[in-house]
Design a protein around this ligand. Structure first.
Ligand code: SAH
Length: 347
């Protein structure tokens, strides 16, 4: 089912029960699966020879049947302004993705990619410019978290699915990643410390609500009417604002979790008092939070904004009784801020 390039089973994508079954098939006792799962997800080793409490014979057998997907750090950039670190990883098949490690008062959070590239085509976002190549496997998403922790020596307390790719366009692998991340025999991360951001793949929002995972859902809204949203986000032609808002209301009523709406502010496009009014009409009756992001620069486009415009827009929303904050921009000097990650790279 989950395989590596050479056809061996991708062991890091298996949940505990699947691993136990696979280990059972090798004629091993069940407790061996516990040991192996712990090596993989607690001690987070990247090769079977490090599993020192297994016999050499079993390690050889494991190597024959399974591979441990690992990521090669091609480049590491550290921000001079904050403690943000951006990692460029090479995947086992030669593709590349980026992750960002951010430091907040409450701990370290890793921003992970979920696809190699993106097909969503948002006009302001660098991740989509080179197009879409493939989905990441659960193990490849997980390995971004494990590798950032290992490389930095920092304890990882949270994850945001806000890197390259659209998480709900790689739904099954993302859900499996979340289950592995939160498994109590593994990393054991509470999904309360996880945020998933989507451009609005409506059917998957209903699916996600039913799972009741307890994570924070962020919606990349960025505009409050269909005309101006479609101009910057092609996905809006497939799932319009009303349909999206209905799904968001369902998400809240099913899960009880407050939704976070992201609003990348673009001068002259979505930053007027009238835009704020439309946004307040759209969100007025909802339990939600608005996150204003002054649009980050990417070299192919000339969208601009700054903190002053963002504060002004926040003021408009404030007058209308809408709860909003301006997101702190981390790692902008190393192109690690929202929308600046990309699959193509230059060394
Ligand atoms: N595909 C998902 C997650 C990735 S992007 C999504 O669309 O939500 C994470 C956030 O950064 C999204 O809200 C995205 O719209 C926003 N973003 C993209 N490009 C940006 C830019 N240039 N400036 C500010 N935010 C941007």
């Amino acid at each position: 089912m989950y395989c590596c390039e050479d056809g061996r089973t991708d062991i890091l994508s298996l949940d505990f029960d699947e691993l136990a079954e696979a280990v059972g098939e090798l004629g091993e006792k069940k407790f061996r699966a516990k040991q192996i799962y712990s090596w993989l997800h607690v001690k987070r080793v990247t090769d079977f020879d490090s599993m020192t409490d297994l016999s050499a014979q079993l390690r050889a057998l494991l190597k024959e049947k399974f591979c441990i997907k690992s990521l090669f750090v091609v480049k590491k950039l550290e921000s001079a302004r904050d403690n943000t670190v951006k990692y460029l990883y090479r995947l086992p098949d030669g593709n590349h993705v980026e992750s960002v490690l951010m430091e907040y008062e409450h701990g370290n959070t890793v921003c992970v990619s979920t696809q190699v590239g993106c097909k969503m085509g948002c006009r302001f976002c660098a991740s989509t410019i080179a197009g879409y190549k493939r989905d990441l496997s659960p193990s490849e998403i997980l390995a971004q978290v494990y590798t950032a922790g290992r490389e930095s020596g920092r304890k990882i307390g949270g994850v945001v699915l806000m890197g390259i790719g659209e998480p709900l366009d790689n739904y099954d692998n993302v859900i499996r990643f979340l289950r592995l991340l939160s498994s109590k025999d593994g990393m054991n991360m509470s999904l309360r410390h996880v945020s998933l951001s989507t451009c609005g793949i409506v059917p998957r929002i209903y699916d996600l609500a039913k799972l009741g995972l307890g994570l924070t859902l962020s919606i990349s809204l960025h505009a409050a009417d269909n005309r101006s949203r479609s101009e910057i986000m092609p996905v809006n032609d497939r799932y319009g604002i009303n349909e999206l808002m209905t799904a968001c209301r369902d998400y809240f009523s099913t899960t009880g979790r407050r939704i976070s709406f992201e609003y990348a502010l673009i001068d002259g496009h979505n930053d007027s008092r009238e835009d704020a009014r439309k946004l307040s009409e759209l969100l007025g009756d909802m339990v939600c939070h608005v996150n204003i992001i002054p649009v980050n620069k990417i070299k192919e486009r000339n969208f601009t904004s700054d903190r002053k415009s963002a504060q002004r827009f926040r003021g408009y929303l404030d007058e209308l009784g809408i709860n909003a904050t301006v997101r702190r921009t981390l790692g902008a000097d190393i192109d690690a801020a929202c929308g600046q990650l990309r699959r193509e790279y230059e060394i």
